[in-house]
Design a protein around this ligand. Structure first.
Ligand SMILES: NC(=O)c1ccc[n+]([C@@H]2O[C@H](COP(=O)([O-])OP(=O)(O)OC[C@H]3O[C@@H](n4cnc5c(N)ncnc54)[C@H](O)[C@@H]3O)[C@@H](O)[C@H]2O)c1
Length: 391
């Protein structure tokens, strides 16, 4: 079986998720499209790099990403750094002939996102694969919703309502990590989590054409943490830590019009006490409705208009072997999958695309389009008007 040598750049929260995905993919999907080999882990912090080598089982570690991009042994570069580093590393890696899986959002600025999409388009001609890590569209229940929509089960789509609600930054004393600094993150909630549901909305409903919305920052300063790793608000801060300004959004709400005539809404916040990873959608069609909540990610709810009046209502389908990516979902639907299996599905899609030589559904062109929707939301929030998403 073909082997692919993997280099991981950035060994924080998402670095671990990528390793779990690569390691478990062949155990769940067999025969695997190719065998990922954990070759080199790179982190700018030497202790994180050497710990990751030992913990995750990489053969080598380093602290300068140029070393993996210039290493002829490396086939694939997985980018898990903060957002402002994505473009530089991804473009260099693509130009060096490496396949690239880059975390989302694609970049911290629209200009960088465009440059990445252009580099990916140029290198695609030479068989180089690019992918952004919009993994939530690959949840079997979400893919099942897409299948039902494509089959016409719920008729023409009228409305798609999405939320992504979390609570981890609701505490004003949670640290000012890189996620709250525009120069590193690019945006706050918008790029961090609204981008995921923009991707899901466009996956299910086609391209978003126009948006009108608002963005808000509730917590205007936070205590500065030491060190660059974020770990989603769980890093301990000193008692007398100095506070600095937050210059990104906490909450975003916007209405959308899809190119196909459907409408919808998207809301995202990291300040919703009691909500953890509350990714939801409702899709209302002329012949039925679908609903999903990631906190119950193994379930898709379906209501069909043609059911008799006395028994019309939502039924719950538990995803399992009969669902998309059924290989990963254990033998009995109620056995359930979680985030680890989801990252294995993502690595399966990526490695399969690399092995078979096609661009996956979340390639850099798709990531760049999500970024253009985000950019239109920012412009709309400033102007208070509907804004056209740039094609
Ligand atoms: N797909 C998802 O659901 C999801 C979830 C969380 C984070 N993310 C994305 O993953 C990326 C990383 O986020 P995270 O939560 O893992 O952050 P993190 O802070 O936990 O980890 C980032 C790591 O990158 C390292 N790093 C920083 N600059 C570097 C450089 N120049 N070279 C090498 N290493 C460098 C840091 O030392 C740190 O170990 C971000 O783009 C984020 O938006 C995606």
């Amino acid at each position: 079986m073909k082997k692919l040598n993997i280099a991981l750049v950035g060994a924080g929260f998402m670095g671990k998720a990528h390793v779990i995905g690569y390691s478990n993919m062949p155990k769940l999907f067999w025969p695997a499209p190719a065998m990922p080999v954990l070759k080199t882990v790179c982190d700018i912090v030497p202790e994180i790099a050497s710990e990751a080598k030992e913990r995750f089982g990489f053969e080598k570690c380093c602290t300068d990403w140029h070393d993996v991009v210039n290493d002829p042994e490396i086939d694939v570069v997985s980018i898990c750094t903060p957002n402002n580093k994505h473009a530089e590393i991804a473009i260099a890696a693509l130009k060096a002939g490496k396949h690239v899986l880059c975390e989302k959002p694609i970049a911290s600025t629209l200009e960088d996102a465009k440059a990445m999409a252009e580099a990916a388009a140029e290198t695609a001609d030479k068989g180089i694969i690019s992918m952004n890590a919009y993994q939530y569209r690959r949840v079997p229940a979400v893919d099942l919703a897409k299948k039902f929509i494509d089959e016409g089960l719920i008729g023409d789509i009228l409305n798609i309502r999405c939320t992504y609600l979390q609570s981890w930054s609701a505490d004003p004393n949670s640290p000012l990590s890189w996620r709250f600094q525009k120069s590193i993150a690019g945006a706050g909630t918008l790029g961090d989590i609204a981008s995921h549901v923009i991707d899901i909305a466009q996956y299910l409903g086609g391209d978003i054409d126009q948006v009108v919305g608002m963005m808000k920052t509730y917590i205007k300063e936070r205590p500065v943490q030491e060190g660059g790793v974020d770990l989603l608000g769980t890093v301990k801060i000193k008692e007398n830590a100095v506070k600095k300004a937050v210059d990104v959004d906490d909450e975003d709400s916007f209405l959308v019009k899809f190119k196909n005539g459907a409408v919808g809404s998207i809301e995202a916040t990291r300040n919703a006490w009691g909500r953890n990873n509350f990714i939801t959608f409702e899709v209302h069609g002329t012949m039925g409705s679908l609903t999903f909540n990631y906190e119950k990610l193994n379930e898709l709810n379906v209501c069909l208009a043609n059911d008799p009046d006395d028994r019309r209502g939502f039924k719950t389908i538990y995803t399992g072997p009969a669902s998309p990516h059924g290989d990963v979902t254990w033998n009995i639907p109620g056995m359930n999958i979680g985030y680890g299996e989801l990252k294995a599905i993502e690595m399966y899609e990526f490695i399969k695309a690399v092995a078979e030589g096609y661009q996956p559904t979340t390639n850099f062109q798709v990531g760049y389009r999500v970024e253009r929707v985000c950019d239109a939301v920012k412009e709309s929030s400033e102007k208070g008007t509907w804004v056209q998403v740039k094609d």
